[in-house]
Structure formats: structure tokens, C-alpha cells
Ligand binder design. Structure first.
Ligand SMILES: [Fe+2]
Length: 303
């Protein structure tokens, strides 16, 4: 099944916020964990959802993030201020990035573009981004016991260098961030692929997650897949990864390897004309640039 990431999903899993920037709240018999906290403007909305799901935001034990993008950890500083007792966690690179003023500025700029759409969610509260200390520097093999449910940490680089996935074997639930791609906004629901830090790492990480055979996974945006649809998506994601690389190479060929012209052409055709990519355009361009440069670099290495 494919369903919107919204509300209560099963006895262990609920979604805080909404399907645009879902935050997954997993509850064991003893502890609870929130996975990702999207753009900072959503902070008060997540806190309100936590009140409903847990009967009080202060009951949240862990807040872990899948990677260092503004739409996955933007609300972490706000939630840390609101819930002083929560234990934060992420890849070691995340804490370092959040200390950099240039990074905070770029994240703030990207979310402020969306204020006309989501500004009402702040309720006028202070949702500024600021450095956050991580209580847990997460690494492959780390395990957190929530009571009847264990969170297993996997390093899944490729989308970013600091990408993590969280897997709960007892329920077969996987939260991969964007390391298995995301879903095109079209009736076909094609897989959009983003290997920003490394194509080879991305593919290896995808294979790692396929081997877990998850019964359910919560995408970084919009959708939750279960059962046969989950297996089908992962297989399509593998094929889409090869196709995406080929597509970027073909675009580069069409402009004699000129990276800037390739980026312009891809954005015009794939984003503007097709209109099936829901990502904010500035963020799309930043990510597209990283991928085209990476593929051009791989080709230069080969020649
Ligand atoms: Fe991302």
C-alpha cells in the first residue's frame, strides 16, 4: 500500500506535522523517538502534534535526524528549546555543520522562501535556526531500546555524506530519509533520485536498505509504503538510480560537457516543463548542481 504520511499509521507509528515535511514519531512501550524535524517554520506544528500523539511534548525521549538538509532538521533547534530533556542525535557531521554561520544562513534563506506558504504554522513564535549540540553522535550499529522496539542505526551515505537510516526490525519499519529517493508528483509516482555526495555510495546504501526487506518505510516526504508496494518501490528505485545517472550524462553530452549549460537545460526541462518535482526550486537547483558536478567529475576521472 501507498498512503499519505499523515496522522496515526499503526500502533507504533504516527506522523507529526504533515505529509509535506513529515516527522515520524515511533513509540515503544518505554520510550519514544521522533525521526526528522523539517523546516523551522513547522516547529510549533510538530510540538502540537507531539502533544496529541504522546500526551505532552515533554514526553519525547529522542529526536534523531536522517541528514543535514534544512527540510529534515530545520525544526530541531526550536524543538530543543521547547523540550530541554529531549536527547538529540545525528551523524557527527550534522553538529559541525549547524555551528557554521554560512550553513545556518543558507538553511534560513531556503525556509524563508516558503514563509508565504507555511508562515502561519509558526503562530508568531521564534523558530530561528541556531547551533544544536548532539547528545548522540550516531554510527552504524548503534541500537536504542524503546521497549519492545529497537532502533538500529545504519550509515547510508550518497544522498549526503551524513545520511543515516533508522530501522526497527520488530515492526519491519525503515526511515531512510532521502537515501532511497523520493516520489515524483505524478499519477505514475516515478522515483526521483538524488545522489549529492556520491553515486557509488548511494547505490551501495540503497542495496543495503533493500537487503533489510522492510515491511514499511516512511519516505522523507509525502508517502509511506508498505508490503508489496514497498518492495516494488525499492526495486524501481534501483533502476531509477541507473537511469538518473544516464540522464545526467546524456544532458552533459548534449552541451559538450558544459556543466553550467547542462544544469540550466535540466532545470528548464525536468523541473519547469514537467512540473512533477515538488521540491522548492532553489533547493532543487543546489542539489542538481551537486549531482551534475559529481557526474562530470567521475567522467573526467575516467578519461
Ligand atoms: Fe535531502
Amino acid at each position: 500500500m501507498k498512503q499519505y504520511a499523515n496522522g496515526r499509521i499503526n500502533e507504533y507509528l504516527s506522523v507529526a506535522g504533515n505529509a509535506i515535511y513529515p516527522s515520524y514519531v515511533v513509540r515503544g512501550s518505554k520510550k519514544s523517538m521522533m525521526i526528522d524535524a523539517g523546516i523551522n517554520l513547522f516547529g510549533p506544528l510538530y510540538a502540537k502534534s507531539l502533544d496529541e500523539i504522546l500526551g505532552g511534548r515533554e514526553k519525547l525521549d529522542y529526536l534523531f535526524v536522517t541528514h543535514s538538509h534544512y527540510d529534515h532538521l530545520g525544526a530541531m533547534p526550536y524543538l530543543r528549546r521547547m523540550i530541554p530533556g529531549v536527547r538529540t542525535g545525528g551523524h557527527e557531521r550534522v553538529a559541525g555543520l549547524l555551528k557554521k554561520e554560512s550553513v545556518l544562513e543558507q538553511m534560513t534563506r531556503l525556509s524563508e522562501i516558503q514563509r508565504p506558504l507555511f508562515g502561519q504554522f509558526t503562530g508568531g513564535e521564534d523558530v530561528r535556526l541556531e547551533p544544536v549540540e548532539l547528545d548522540h553522535i550516531l554510527r552504524e550499529g548503534d541500537v536504542f531500546d524503546l521497549g519492545g522496539l529497537t532502533c538500529n542505526v545504519y550509515e547510508v551515505p550518497g544522498h549526503t555524506r551524513d545520511s543515516l537510516a533508522f530501522y526497527f526490525p520488530e515492526a519491519g519499519m525503515l526511515f531512510p530519509g532521502e537515501s532511497i529517493g523520493y516520489v515524483e508528483d505524478s499519477p505514475e509516482g516515478g522515483v526521483l533520485v538524488e545522489f549529492l555526495s556520491s553515486y557509488d555510495d548511494y547505490l551501495a546504501s540503497l542495496e543495503k536498505m533493500i537487503s533489510l526487506k522492510p515491511k514499511l518505510f516512511g519516505m522523507g516526504h509525502a508517502w509511506i509504503y508498505t508490503g508489496d508496494d514497498a518492495a516494488d518501490f525499492l526495486e524501481r528505485s534501483r533502476i531509477a538510480t541507473f537511469e538518473h545517472r544516464k540522464k545526467l550524462e546524456d544532458y552533459l553530452d548534449s552541451v559538450n560537457g558544459d556543466v553550467d549549460r547542462a544544469i540550466e537545460k535540466i532545470a528548464s526541462i525536468e523541473y519547469d516543463q514537467k512540473g512533477t518535482i515538488r521540491q522548492e526550486r532553489n533547493a532543487y537547483l543546489i542539489n542538481l548542481t551537486a549531482q551534475v558536478k559529481h557526474i562530470a567529475g567521475l567522467r573526467a576521472e575516467k578519461n
